[in-house]
Design a protein around this ligand. Sequence first.
Ligand SMILES: C[S@@+](CC[C@H](N)C(=O)[O-])C[C@H]1O[C@@H](n2cnc3c(N)ncnc32)[C@H](O)[C@@H]1O
Length: 217
Amino acid sequence: MAVQLLKEEQRQKLDQSDDILFYAEPRFVHHLDKAFRERLTRLYRERINPSSTVLDLMSSWVSHLPDDVIYDKVIGHGLNEKELAANTRLDSHWIQDLNLDQCIPIKDEYIDTTLIVAGWQYLQHPEEVAEELLRVTRPKGQVIVAFSNRMFFTKAPQIWTDYGDREHLDYVANVLTAQGWGKPSFIAEQTKAAGVMGIIGGQGDPFCAVCATKKGD
Ligand SMILES: C[S@@+](CC[C@H](N)C(=O)[O-])C[C@H]1O[C@@H](n2cnc3c(N)ncnc32)[C@H](O)[C@@H]1O
């Protein structure tokens, strides 16, 4: 059983309707700016071996993986069929509301790396999701949880809406380690806006990531 860290009120969100309704219409937009996306792709290039089986949990029509790297397999998950079908990085995908059912339909120790981008902030039962991710990850495999300071406010539980980036990093790390993940590393950076705006000092979306590895032999 997952180790529980959140109080019941911290799981509550303003819009309590099923999340699948909120994501019923595809959104072919970028949820994060170019500076954030480029930083994320660089992180993936550094941390993910091409021979990996990758799970892009809480995905959309983009996975942010480097275009020139072919991975062994990329499995996608999300809430909108049209978005996932349009994601050319995915070899397969499935739809599942993780706030209703946290059991991940993947066998034990099958995944090398799980990605969650701008998704953790919508989890009402992150403890069970982290526990399930640990189960499906091979020893020494990893999870990379990336996010910025944007969100669909009404869909994020109180544990996220009440706090800022620093607390979000600790929160994600605490949930992961409570389920048995190894001590995570943090990245917290201010990005530089892409193009001319960056040259004159403009800032991009703040980049936050928590990377944790499954303990192994
Ligand atoms: C802001 S989008 C980010 C999508 C994608 N990771 C990206 O980088 O563009 C949030 C995503 O979280 C996922 N999501 C939100 N609520 C969810 C839920 N209850 N169950 C499963 N997935 C959910 C959906 O796939 C949705 O597209």
